[in-house]
Structure formats: C-alpha cells, structure tokens
Design a protein around this ligand. Structure first.
Ligand SMILES: Cc1cc2nc3c(=O)[nH]c(=O)nc-3n(C[C@H](O)[C@H](O)[C@H](O)COP(=O)(O)OP(=O)(O)OC[C@H]3O[C@@H](n4cnc5c(N)ncnc54)[C@H](O)[C@@H]3O)c2cc1C
Length: 392
C-alpha cells in the first residue's frame, strides 16, 4: 500500500524521511488548501473547512505522530511539526483552523485512560470527530490559576459550572477538554481536566467571537450550568490539571511555532515572487538593494526560526525537557512571523493592502500566534525563569 511518507528524498536540514514527509504534505497543502483560502475568509462569515479536514485525515496528515494503535501513523513529532509548517505555508487561516481541531488529543494521549484514547482520540485521528481545549475565561487568560469554572463531585459524576471564552473549534466540536477547579482554594494545585461531550446538557456553546482573521476557525464562548459528566471523564489526576497543561504546552508551543514558521515562509514566498515581477523606475523592484536587503532579512529570520523550532522538536523527541527551547521557538517565531508578513505586505506596495493578494490575509491570520498558547510576554517569563547562565 502506498503511503504519503514513502515519496523519495531530498536533501537539506532534515533527514531524507522528513524531506519526503515535507514533499508529500506540501503537495496536499498546495492543491487542497491554497486554492480555497479566500473561500474561507469572507468578512463576517466563519466556516470550518470540512473538506480539507477530511482530506487531511484520509492521508493520515492530521495526527501522524499518534501511535498506530490509536489510528495514527506512529511517526515522530518532527513530522507533525512539518505538517503544521506546510499547512500554514499554504494558508495560515485554514492551516491553523484544521490543525486546531485536534487540540486536546495530546493531553488525553499523555494522561488519559486507555478507554478515553479509544473513545475520544481515535475518532479525531480518523477525521470523524473534532475537539478543542477550553482553558481561558473572561477574567483569566495568561493567569490560568484564576479560572473560576468549578467541578464538584456528586457521586459518580462531576457537576461543572462557569463561563469559558476563546474556545477554538467549539461550535463544530464533538467534545472539549475543559479545565475546571476541583479544589477552588488550591490555586494551581486545584485544577483538573475533563472531557466534556458538546451535547452534554447545560454545556452551551454561545456567541461566536468576531475576529480579525482566522475565519476558518470558529471561536466561541461557552456557558456551563450544572453540566454533569461521569467522574471517569477526568483526564489524568484530579487537581493535577495545571501541571499536565504545562507539560502539554511544552509540546504544543512547538506546534504553534511551526504554524508561525509556515506563515512566515509562505508570506516570504509571495513577496519574493511579486518583487521579481513588479517593475518601477525601469527595472524589477528586486534590483533595488533596499528590497534585496529586506528579502535577505526576511529569509534570515525564517531560517533561524526554522532551526530553533526543529531543535525544540528534536529535544522533545529525545525525552529532554523542552520548556525553554519551546518557549524560545514560540516567542521568536511568532514575533518574526508578524515582521515577515508585514514586510511582505510592504513589498507589495498598495496591492499588499488589498484582498486581491494573499499577503494581507497572511498578516491577519498569523498575528494571533503571538497571543495564543501563552503570549509573547508569558514566553519571555518562561525563558527568563529557565535561564542557566552557564549554558549560554
Ligand atoms: C483566536 C484565538 C483563539 C484562542 N483559542 C483558545 C482556545 O482554544 N482555548 C483557550 O483556552 N484559549 C484560547 N485563546 C485564548 C488565549 O490563550 C488567551 O487570549 C491568551 O492566553 C492571553 O490571555 P488574555 O487574552 O486573557 O490576556 P491577559 O492574560 O489578560 O493579558 C493581557 C496582556 O497582559 C500581558 N501579561 C499578562 N500576564 C503577564 C505577565 N505575567 N507578565 C507580562 N505580561 C503579562 C499579556 O502578555 C498581554 O499583553 C484564544 C485566543 C484567540 C485570540
């Protein structure tokens, strides 16, 4: 049977196997994502790209790093990084939307019971279900310990009450991993993670939040009133949810870095092509040294971001603590992503500010990477806290 990762190798920064993964993913992204990017970006319309999600699942591209026993391809984490990069290179709106629809499976995989993996992870890997993770609340984003949603034990069930916001994918999800306080006065040590099916009574997906970009990814508020879930739906240990989340972030921040890396690479590609075609003062604008330097700066940023992101991924795969490097990758890559997208727009002149060219969409869609999974400032806190002066 033919697999997409069997395609022949190219040379470069990656191994031959990883280059083959990149080639296959790029083919899919360029043929299935890039051409429909604008369709999913109509102002005021939020629409999840089901065709792309299902197509990616068919080729095992949604979760290639998940073990074969749960339906994944059993590939390594770097392969997942490459999928994030390539999907976002084709279009950061659809790329991020489709790959956010599995957000939460990693936590279940790392901490969940066997039956949870079978019942909740397997269908997502197969493209038959979508999910999200709901941590943020109207009064608590960066400061996770401030969440107020509670989960009280009642016999063999937990009863959840509270308000969530910014829940990506929730309007089209089958279930959410919801963080709630099981010991309200215990700060970080009183939070637990729950699998909550979206059809649970009292679990109401509310207003969809209008956003600057990412219109392929529905984001909503959630109102939770006496929502009952079986006690066995706790993921991992009771009161250990915050610590599980931090471990999960170490992995997921590398994937967010990959989203930003892909968007920066895509914006660069559009800018380079445009600069070769556009003429001013009797020559192609690439002949101006000012623009050559701008393109050189952009390329330097993308390559540096790529090296850091891959290094963080490799550290994670080696079983080492990737905390600092994951934060450096996420911080640096999301910051340079905004700069590169902005420069790409500048190189397009006035056309860059229109919907007739893709770069304005790259800018709007990718800007969020500096905010999600811990803002840039939170990454800087993590980096500072983990500095070992002797290692630099
Ligand atoms: C499109 C989108 C999708 C999202 N999807 C999800 C999702 O699926 N699930 C989910 O749970 N959440 C999601 N979020 C929420 C996101 O994780 C939060 O917005 C983010 O964590 C920041 O929290 P906040 O918005 O409350 O900002 P705040 O925490 O209120 O921060 C405001 C400002 O203060 C700064 N700040 C805060 N604390 C510190 C500090 N200690 N040191 C220095 N500066 C600090 C921040 O960097 C920021 O600049 C999403 C957000 C967006 C925009």
């Amino acid at each position: 049977m033919f697999h997409w990762w069997d395609i022949g190798a190219m040379s470069g920064i990656l191994s031959a196997e990883h280059e083959a993964v990149r080639k296959a993913v790029r083919e899919f992204a360029e043929s299935e994502i890039a051409p429909v990017a604008r369709e999913y970006d109509e102002p005021g319309v939020v629409q999840f790209p089901w065709d792309v999600f299902e197509g990616a699942a068919e080729l095992d591209l949604l979760c290639p790093h998940i073990p074969e026993k749960y339906g994944g391809s059993g590939m390594d984490f770097l392969s997942m990084v490459i999928v994030h990069e390539e999907f976002n290179r084709a279009d950061p709106g659809i790329g991020t939307a489709v790959l956010s629809a599995k957000f939460g499976t990693e936590m279940i995989l790392d901490y969940g019971e066997e039956w949870q993996k079978e019942e909740f992870v397997r269908p997502v890997v197969a493209g038959e279900a979508t999910c999200g993770t709901s941590i943020s609340e109207p009064d608590a984003g960066s400061d996770v310990a401030r969440i107020r949603t509670t989960a009280e034990r009642d016999g063999e069930e937990y009863v959840l009450n509270g308000s969530k916001t910014w829940a990506s994918t929730s309007p089209v999800a089958d279930f959410m991993v919801v963080m709630a306080k099981t010991t309200p006065d215990a700060g970080h040590g009183g939070i637990s993670a729950f699998i909550v099916p979206n059809d649970t009574e009292g679990f109401t997906i509310g207003r969809e939040i209008p956003k600057m970009g990412l219109r392929a990814s529905p984001t909503a508020e959630i109102s939770i009133t006496d929502a009952r879930v079986p006690a066995e739906n706790v993921v991992g240990e009771v009161d250990r949810g915050f610590y599980q989340l931090m471990e999960f972030f170490n992995e997921n921040r590398i994937l967010v870095a990959a989203n930003a890396l892909g968007a920066a690479a895509g914006a660069y590609r559009h800018a380079y092509k445009y600069a070769q075609e556009r003429e001013a003062f009797g020559q192609a604008i690439t002949e101006f040294q000012g623009l050559q330097w701008m393109l050189a700066d952009m390329a330097t940023k993308v390559e540096t971001a790529r090296s850091t992101t891959y290094r963080a991924a490799r550290q994670h795969m080696a079983g080492e603590d990737p905390r600092q490097l994951a934060s450096i990758a996420k911080f640096y890559t999301s910051e340079i992503c905004e700069e590169v997208c902005s420069d790409a727009m500048q190189i397009h002149g006035g056309y860059g500010y229109t919907r007739d060219f893709p770069v304005e969409k790259f800018y709007r869609d990718a800007r969020v990477q500096k905010i999600v999974e811990g803002t840039s400032q939170i990454q800087q806190n993590v980096i500072y806290d983990s500095i070992d002066p002797n290692s630099l």
